[in-house]
Structures are given as structure tokens and as C-alpha cells.
Design a protein around this ligand. Structure first.
Ligand code: FEO
Length: 170
């Protein structure tokens, strides 16, 4: 179980780095709303990583700092980039589900309980990315599409920020 949780630390850390790279690329494209959103996503993934770190310490196991390779620094378009975020979130969900299977097979009730937070978080994350992609599809590929996509994502980011300040989500 410890080994699998350490692999999850790496997956969350990798997501944090990929999203940070996306934030930087968005900034170079003048997509400030998207950059702010990806910075927030990156910070969230770091929190997800640290949450496992602290959990492992709490159960007297050894949390390991992962080696993370340098992520891609360019994307074909912001639409492609956002689809990649969604695909990555689906991969994380599958990995969390796998962790839950392991916890159950080992009768590790503490870890099973700990993972419930991630199950909820992944449902929210996937839902958020799906709704963003739906809007991106509606906006289409017209000459002003990048402007509207950035505006839309900026609004999503502000709504998330507000929800967090209100003490709702992380
Ligand atoms: Fe921590 Fe979005 O996976």
C-alpha cells in the first residue's frame, strides 16, 4: 500500500508540474485567464501530493520525494491543452480507484477512509473539466474564439476561488 501511495504522490506531483508548464505557456499566448486557472490547478495538485505525504507520516510509513521529468512546454492550441487536462484527470481517477482496490484487498480501513476525499475530488475535477470542454466546443473555432475561451475560463477560475474562500472546496 505504501508503494502504491508513493506512486500516487508522483502522479499528483507530475500533474502539478504539467499544469504549471501549461500556465506558463498560456501566459506566453496572452491567455491570462487560462494561465491563472492552470496556476490554481497546479497548486491544487501540489496539495493533493502533500496530503498523501502527511498521511503516510501519520501511519508511520515513509513518504518519498518523486523524480519528476520536465513536462512539455508547448501545445498545439489551448483547446488541445484543455483536452489533455481532462485526459490526465481521468488517468488520476483510475489510479485512485486502483488504490482503493488495493486498500480493500489488504483490509486497510484507514487508507480506504483516507481515499474517500480523493474519490470526491476526482468526481468534481472531471465534472469541472467536462463542463469547460463543453463550453469550449460551443465557442467553436471562430476568429474571436481564443478571447471567449480565455474569458470563460477566467470566470470559472473566479468562481472556484470564491467557492474556496467560502470554505467549500480545495
Ligand atoms: Fe489530484 Fe486532479 O488530480
Amino acid at each position: 500500500m505504501t508503494k502504491a501511495l508513493n506512486e500516487q504522490i508522483k502522479l499528483e506531483g507530475t500533474a502539478s508540474f504539467i499544469y504549471l508548464s501549461m500556465a506558463s505557456w498560456c501566459d506566453t499566448q496572452g491567455l491570462e485567464g487560462c494561465a491563472a486557472f492552470m496556476h490554481r490547478q497546479s497548486a491544487e495538485e501540489r496539495e493533493h501530493m502533500l496530503r498523501i505525504f502527511h498521511y503516510l507520516s501519520e501511519v508511520d510509513a515513509h513518504a518519498l520525494v518523486p523524480a519528476i521529468k520536465q513536462p512539455t512546454d508547448k501545445w498545439k492550441s489551448v483547446q488541445v491543452m484543455l483536452k489533455e487536462v481532462y485526459e490526465h484527470e481521468k488517468k488520476v481517477t483510475a489510479s485512485i480507484n486502483n488504490l482503493l482496490d488495493i486498500a480493500r484487498s489488504e483490509n486497510d480501513y484507514n487508507t480506504e477512509n483516507f481515499l474517500q476525499w480523493y474519490i470526491n475530488e476526482q468526481r468534481e475535477e472531471e465534472n469541472l473539466m467536462r463542463s469547460i470542454l463543453d463550453k469550449v466546443n460551443l465557442i467553436g473555432e471562430g476568429p474571436m474564439s481564443l478571447y471567449y475561451i480565455d474569458k470563460e475560463i477566467s470566470a470559472v477560475n473566479k468562481a472556484e476561488e470564491k467557492a474556496e474562500t467560502a470554505g467549500g472546496e480545495e
